[in-house]
Write a protein that binds this ligand. Structure first.
Ligand code: FES
Ligand SMILES: [Fe+2]
Length: 394
């Protein structure tokens, strides 16, 4: 039975302490933590409003003036490629009365509010306030436009993926992801080319999608085909404070349409390596010799998660028409694995609704990763300031 208030600090501290035990004795997050709306709200404030959150791919904003609305921790934001070719993020609300500005992906010369036509440049500056002081009088002595531009949000690009962070005090994205950049120094991110996207709706809590991704215990039963060409006997763990997941030294997928070009300069010894870290909190990566994928997860309440798959290939050569069938096949293989996962993860979600689900018992060999991911979650829920303090500070 869920406690009267799931966000009671004593309850969260108890969950944290049980999770912090050695994997053999640890107990995972209780089932209510995947269903309770108060826990969801707390995660939004203490995790999503405090972290570098992935919101898409740079190629979705390829041209100056491209805009894309996104939402992070319940805040509507808009991504914009400005005149200086930089991707910026702003709160997607008008400085006048707060109307939502951009509701669809598209291309704009300016950002004009549909309500009273206040108009902003791609740099967020407020340029026009038509008729603000009566018919034909577009300026107001009481309004300094330079103080009423769109409110900026920190935004940065890593591995062709766009991240935002609502926390002005957080370290930079480069600093935050330096350990993974160093680990993957052999892969030149400049070579990444977005080749395909796919959208999914996972009928489950976002955390279940990720904890499934970071463990390979389920491969023989849920992914018998994948287990055939990248078996758990080749696997190893990635256990790091900033990313968690698994790797394989024996990734050899079928190539009915021939091989794809690999990243330039990759040592021969790395050609069969694949690594699958979750970069906390919401992006699941798959790095391979000839492609990288990213699943970007957007929680949509405690019971549903939007997922967008981005498939990147290695260099312009891989994007040539003669590789179209190979790219398509690789994309379908990766998407098909996700479909297999979605079915089992939705079962996990429904099972976790039971009051009898007091918390996972972990495989000491295969599930240190799931334990670490759950610890990343609970540590943030326990140790950050109270919700009221977070909101007041904004
Ligand atoms: S709310 Fe945007 S112009 Fe009035
Ligand atoms: Fe899986």
């Amino acid at each position: 039975m869920a406690p009267a208030s799931a966000v009671d600090p004593a309850v969260l501290a108890s969950v944290r302490d049980h999770l912090a035990q050695p994997v053999e004795q640890a107990r995972g997050l209780p089932g209510f933590m995947f269903h309770d709306p108060e826990i969801y709200a707390l995660e939004q404030e203490r995790i999503f409003a405090k972290s570098w959150v992935c919101v898409g791919a740079e190629d979705e904003l390829a041209r100056i003036g491209d805009v894309k609305p996104v939402e992070v921790a319940g805040r509507p934001l808009v991504l914009v490629r400005d005149e200086s070719d930089q991707i910026r993020a702003f709160h997607n609300i008008c400085s006048h009365r707060g109307a939502l500005l951009v509701t669809e992906k598209g291309r704009r010369k300016v950002i004009a509010c549909p309500y009273h036509a206040w108009t902003y440049g791609l740099d967020g500056q407020l340029h026009k306030t038509p008729h603000i002081c009566g018919q034909g009088i577009h300026d107001s002595p009481s309004l300094d436009r330079s103080l009423h531009g769109l409110k900026p949000v920190r935004c940065a690009v890593w591995a062709k993926l766009v991240f935002v962070n609502l926390d002005p005090m957080a370290p930079s994205l480069d600093e935050d992801l330096a350990p993974l950049s160093a680990r993957w120094a052999a892969y030149d991110f400049a070579e990444l080319r977005l080749g395909a996207t796919r959208d999914f709706v996972l009928p489950a809590n976002w955390k279940l999608g990720i904890e499934n991704f970071v463990e390979r215990y389920h491969l023989p039963w849920v992914h018998p085909t994948l287990n055939g060409f990248s078996g758990i006997r080749y696997s190893y763990e990635l256990l790091h404070a900033r990313f968690v997941g698994v790797g394989s030294t024996g990734f050899a997928p079928p190539t009915p349409h021939g091989p794809l070009p690999s990243f330039r300069g990759l040592p021969e010894s790395e050609l069969r390596r694949a690594e699958y870290p979750c970069v906390f909190p919401n992006v699941m990566l798959g790095m391979h010799a000839d492609f990288m994928y990213a699943y970007v997860l957007t929680p949509d309440g405690p019971h549903s998660t939007k997922e967008r798959l981005y498939m990147f290939f290695a260099g312009d050569a891989a994007m040539q028409p003669e590789y179209a069938a190979a790219r398509e096949h690789r994309t379908e293989v990766i998407a098909g694995i996700n479909v297999e996962d979605m079915d089992i993860v939705s079962r996990l979600h429904r099972g976790c609704a039971s009051p009898a689900m007091g918390g996972a018992v972990f495989s000491p060999v295969f599930e240190k990763t799931s334990q670490l991911f759950q610890r990343m979650v609970i540590e943030r829920l326990v140790e950050t300031p109270a919700l009221e303090t977070v909101l007041a500070a904004e």
